[in-house]
Structure formats: structure tokens, C-alpha cells
Write a protein that binds this ligand. Structure first.
Ligand SMILES: Cc1cc2nc3c(=O)[nH]c(=O)nc-3n(C[C@H](O)[C@H](O)[C@H](O)COP(=O)(O)OP(=O)(O)OC[C@H]3O[C@@H](n4cnc5c(N)ncnc54)[C@H](O)[C@@H]3O)c2cc1C
Length: 331
């Protein structure tokens, strides 16, 4: 389905996965009001506050639209001013350079609503809704099928783009459709097949489209206490096997089947290895944690070091799952 909306011509640059750098030498802060919306664009907004690693420099420009019209106006502004666009969910799978990123960062954090259809067992959720909160809400209704997602600290939009998954389940298994906005204002409703889902990936990665909402199919009619208890078990399992006590981005590398990245890193003797404030977690070797005061570049250098060590030992090049934005310097 295609709905045409007047927003302007296509943005010339990808919305995500782009390597950009904030080169504004003056770093002065200003606010631009988007006409016809209650939305403002801020300059030099620190992104460390909006990423789970708690590192990174400023966005040249930052906006957090509160509805689709404001989102469209933001994309139009970017197109008119020839700005790169980067979409930001909860920032739980991002490493933002210490030097920041250029262009316009569009955060989905204020795009919030949900609608539960009790007849069909489908829930339609806005891109900025939190995955863990949604998991608890679904459990309280006694609907099965989302318990696995409770430990994924991202947004619905980020989960759809990343095909987030855990405990042998993933978004592709339950997604009915995703609504996607293109820079030219076109809104499309795409099926999982059209999104080209595979392990932790979709065709939306590296594209310039923004997920605005998603519909998931669940199974209603179960005892809420039972589904809540299962959800709690999933959460508990994560807390005991993964280092949730320090800032991280979850798993840094994709698993190069048939191996697990964590096992390869552990067997390479890298658990506890540290560069600056960035450390390979003792609890789970595929996590790099910020032990305090880490720079984004410490994390970047540690990623490169792990890749080199694992490649030397196993002849396998680990592929990062984390999206790196901006400019980094290898040691
Ligand atoms: C402690 C911890 C545990 C984790 N465990 C898991 C896990 O078990 N399984 C798992 O799969 N992941 C896990 N992650 C990683 C992360 O939570 C997921 O990848 C999550 O889906 C990212 O969502 P986000 O909203 O934070 O996206 P972001 O990190 O903000 O963005 C990720 C990518 O998606 C793009 N994007 C975000 N929102 C949109 C949108 N609306 N439209 C278009 N593009 C968008 C961004 O541009 C970027 O390229 C974990 C992370 C942490 C910190």
C-alpha cells in the first residue's frame, strides 16, 4: 500500500548506517522552530545522553518529532537544507564518535502510541515505544509471543530495522507489517517478506526510510500471571548471563555460524581485556562494557583489537552488529 504525502523530494543521503562527522568548528548552540509543528531542531545536542554506551559527541542538529507530521516536516527540512539524516531509536545498538555526527539526527523517542486488537491478537505500536515496556504490557494481557523480547532495551523502530531477537525468537517471527516513511513523504506498509529479513538484518538497514509503526501478531487467551512469570524468567536469565550493570550495546558482533562470537572471543583469551574505559565483559565476552569514562574511540579500538585477535587465531573476521556513526581513529 502506498500513500503519497507532500513532504518534498527524496533526501539524498541514507538515514542510518552512515559514517558522518560533525565538522562544525564553532559548536554554538541554537534552536530552529519547524513551522506548523510544535517541534524544534536543536544544534549541538549531546548524543551520549541518548545512547546506551553513554559515550559520543554531539549531533550537528537534533530533533525529536512528536507525530508523523512533525517527522515529515523534519525530513523535509533535511532535504531542503541538504542535510544527512540519521534515525535514532533508543541508541542501544549505536556507537557514536567522540567527534559527533553531522547532519540531522531524528529521534523517534516521542513517537508513542499503541493499539491492542483483542479480536485478532494484533498490537500496533509506534516506532518510539520501548520494547521492554511493550513486553510487560503484552504479558499483563495474557498474550503469548513477546516474552523473549523483554531484555532488549530498544524501541519498536530499532527492533524492526535490526530484526532484534533473543531466545531463538526474533521480530521477523511475529511482525505482520511495518509502516515506513520515505524522505519524499511516501508512507508504505511492508510485510516481513518485503523487508528481506535475515539474522539481525533487514533491507531497512542502510536505507533512508524511517519506521513509524509496526503491527505484531501474538496469541491472546493465556493466564496473565503465567505469561508475566515467563517474561520475568527471561529477564532474570538475561540479568544472570549478561552484564546489565555497565553501559553497553549488547552483543557487539554477529555470531559467525556455527560459532558464537562470545565463545571465539573468550577462547582468544580476551575476557577482561581493556582499552581506556572499554572492557571485554567478564560475564559475556561478546559484550564490551563502559567501565566508566570510556571514550567512543576506546570502544572502537577494542572492537578492532578483538577482530584482529580472533582473525589471527581462527581465520574468522567478526562482523560488528553495533552501528558505528562518525569518525574513529584506529590505534
Ligand atoms: C544490554 C543490551 C542487551 C541487548 N540485547 C539484545 C538482544 O538480546 N537481541 C538483540 O537483537 N539486540 C540486543 N541489543 C541491541 C539493541 O537493543 C537492539 O539492536 C535494538 O533493536 C536497537 O533498537 P534501538 O531503538 O536502540 O535502535 P538504535 O540503536 O537507536 O538504532 C539501531 C539502528 O536502527 C536504526 N533505526 C532505529 N530506529 C529506526 C526507525 N524508527 N526507522 C529507521 N531506522 C531506525 C538506526 O539508524 C540504527 O541504524 C541489546 C542492547 C543492550 C544495550
Amino acid at each position: 500500500m502506498k500513500i503519497s504525502q507532500a513532504v518534498g523530494n527524496a533526501c539524498t543521503v541514507p538515514a542510518s548506517n552512515v559514517e558522518t562527522q560533525n565538522n562544525n568548528p564553532s559548536r554554538e548552540s541554537k534552536i530552529i522552530y519547524l513551522p506548523g509543528t510544535n517541534c524544534e531542531i536543536k544544534s549541538q545536542a549531546l548524543l551520549s545522553a541518548f545512547t546506551s554506551y553513554r559515550v559520543g559527541g554531539a549531533a550537528e542538529l537534533y530533533v525529536a518529532p512528536r507525530n508523523i507530521e512533525a517527522l515529515q516536516a523534519s525530513l523535509k527540512y533535511a532535504q531542503e537544507h541538504n542535510l544527512r539524516v540519521t534515525t535514532l531509536g533508543a541508541g542501544s545498538n549505536l556507537l557514536v564518535s567522540d567527534r559527533g555526527i553531522s547532519g540531522l539526527v531524528i529521534a523517534t523517542r516521542h513517537l508513542r502510541y499503541n493499539h491492542f486488537d483483542h479480536q485478532t491478537g494484533q498490537v500496533t505500536v509506534a516506532a518510539g515505544e520501548s520494547i521492554p515496556s511493550l513486553a510487560w504490557e503484552i504479558a499483563k494481557l495474557g498474550w503469548q509471543g513477546f516474552e523473549w523480547a523483554v531484555g532488549i532495551p530498544g524501541t519498536v523502530g530499532g527492533a524492526v530495522v535490526m530484526n532484534a531477537g533473543a531466545h531463538n525468537s526474533c521480530i521477523a517471527d511475529i511482525l505482520v507489517s511495518a509502516q515506513v516513511l520515505s524522505p519524499d513523504g511516501t508512507i508504505e506498509t511492508l510485510t516481513p517478506e518485503e523487508l528481506g529479513y535475515a539474522y539481525r538484518t533487514s533491507l531497512l538497514q542502510g536505507s533512508n526510510r524511517v519506521v513509524t509503526q509496526a503491527t505484531f501478531q501474538l496469541q491472546p487467551g493465556f493466564d496473565p500471571a503465567y505469561v508475566t512469570a515467563t517474561t520475568r524468567q527471561h529477564k532474570q536469565m538475561r540479568l544472570t548471563t549478561q552484564p546489565y550493570n555497565f553501559p553497553s550495546c549488547g552483543s557487539v558482533f554477529r555470531n559467525p555460524k556455527p560459532y558464537s562470537a562470545g565463545w571465539l572471543i573468550e577462547q582468544s583469551g580476551l575476557k577482561g581485556y581493556q582499552i581506556g574505559g572499554a572492557q571485554v565483559a567478564h560475564l559475556h565476552a561478546n559484550f564490551i562494557v563502559n567501565r566508566g569514562g570510556a571514550k567512543a574511540n576506546d570502544i572502537f579500538c577494542l572492537i578492532r583489537h578483538i577482530q584482529q585477535e580472533v582473525q589471527e587465531r581462527w581465520s574468522i573476521l567478526l562482523e560488528p552488529e553495533v552501528k558505528m556513526l562518525g569518525e574513529f581513529q584506529a590505534a
